[in-house]
Design a protein around this ligand. Structure first.
Ligand SMILES: [Zn+2]
Length: 396
């Protein structure tokens, strides 16, 4: 390891040995994986189990870097694979100071990276495997030219080549370790139980209910769901500056800041037709407007691909949400956008729990991920994601 590599390794996840033996020292789960009777077998291309994720990441040779950015409470490695050139030394300042300094290049480097840097982040919620499955297939295509189905996404991979492209294929390996391979065809109650868990009396913790706790009190549950990590933390809401609780969130934040990430796609799933969700208003107005426009573009493409019956209106009112996307945006100035794939059905959101109108195939469950990355990257080539600022000299 030369000096530059040493400095780089110190800057990202300082406590993490770069050559850590994946699979070593992984502890058994405290809770047994949930069993859902009648769950159909997954197809061969649906690679979402922790050991499969580890094996695929360890086998990757076309990437220019591979890092373990965190270890989960159970000891699983959280991988980042880097495609493209990443020769840059660590920033001499952070984005907060750099954005206010005499030149934005103090953060971005001089010269700054020749290409924009994109992060595809999947599996923050372990019970939501669709974007993990899609990401595994995308890695396979980047490595071998074809995904696990033998398919290609030539337009997408051509776009990726125009970026520095970082993949974190599964942020929440602990949640994955106790989650089913998929939730296709699963009834609403079982979907909720698998996702956010059940209390000791058997009642559902619930989606919003799970957010009443940070961490989820594991001594009060019969099953914690695949939403949190093994300590009960919902990584998506590990977003309090100065009080980041999980190694997973810390690793992702360090990664984004270190490599000057310009845009993030955060891949999730829910129980409805797929969509890119409305951005939070908690960011610079110009960035919120841009993310809203990219979200509209992705939703139009998902609709055009026949993956949702209902069209989503354009230019929606931003939300008041505060989550991991909020702090990632602060870490490097990045645009941040969440995609929700469907775990199974197209069903109306209101009233809740009504009969689904459609059950997606396994191919269709992960297809929104390919569409979203393609549209996001295409938009960034039309117009750079960020105007980092102009070189400026203050008068005093
Ligand atoms: Zn989620």
């Amino acid at each position: 390891m030369n000096r530059r590599e040493f400095m780089a390794s110190m800057a990202v996840g300082a406590a993490l040995p770069l050559l850590a033996k994946a699979g070593a020292d992984i502890r058994p789960t405290r809770f047994k994986p949930i069993e859902l009777p009648g769950l159909e077998p997954r197809p061969d291309f649906w690679k979402v189990r922790p050991q499969e994720i580890i094996d695929i990441c360890e086998r990757a040779t076309k990437c220019s870097r591979r890092e373990i950015i965190a270890h989960t409470p159970l000891g699983y490695p959280v991988y980042a694979l880097f495609y493209g050139d990443f020769p840059d030394a660590p920033p001499q300042t952070n984005w907060s100071a750099g954005a206010s300094s005499t030149t934005w290049k103090n953060y971005m480097g001089n010269p700054p990276p020749a290409k924009q840097t994109f992060l595809l982040l999947a599996g923050v919620h372990g019970a939501e495997p669709e974007c993990v499955a899609g990401t595994m297939n995308l890695i396979q295509e980047l490595e071998t030219g074809r995904d696990f189905r033998g398919k290609t996404h030539r337009e997408l991979t051509d776009l990726i080549a125009k970026y520095r492209f970082i993949i974190v294929p599964c942020a929440n390996m602990d949640g994955r370790a106790i989650s089913p391979d998929h939730l296709r065809g699963v009834a609403w109650h079982d979907f909720r139980a698998a996702s956010q868990g059940t209390w000791k009396d058997g009642s559902l913790v619930g989606w919003r209910g799970s957010k009443s706790w940070f961490p989820l009190p594991l001594d009060k549950v019969s099953y914690p769901g695949g939403y949190p990590n093994a300590d009960g933390y919902n990584i998506m809401h590990d977003a309090t500056p100065g009080d980041i609780r999980t190694a997973e969130a810390r690793g992702i934040l360090n990664l984004v800041a270190r490599w000057r990430v310009d845009a993030v796609l955060n891949g999730h799933s829910y129980e409805y037709a797929p969509s890119a969700i409305t951005p939070s208003a908690v960011d610079l107005p110009a960035k919120v407007e841009r993310v809203n426009a990219i979200s509209d573009r992705i939703n139009a493409a998902i609709h055009a691909a026949g993956l949702r019956a209902g069209k989503i209106g354009a230019n929606r009112t931003p939300t008041s949400t505060i989550n991991l996307n909020t702090v990632l945006a602060l870490a490097s100035g990045a645009l941040t956008l969440t995609l929700e794939c469907s775990v199974s059905f197209d069903r109306p959101i209101k009233p809740p729990k009504v009969k689904p109108t459609r059950t997606y195939t396994f191919d269709e469950l992960m297809e929104p991920l390919f569409i979203a990355v393609r549209e996001y990257l295409a938009d960034g080539l039309n117009r750079p994601f960020l105007v980092r600022g102009t070189d400026r000299v203050f008068g005093d």
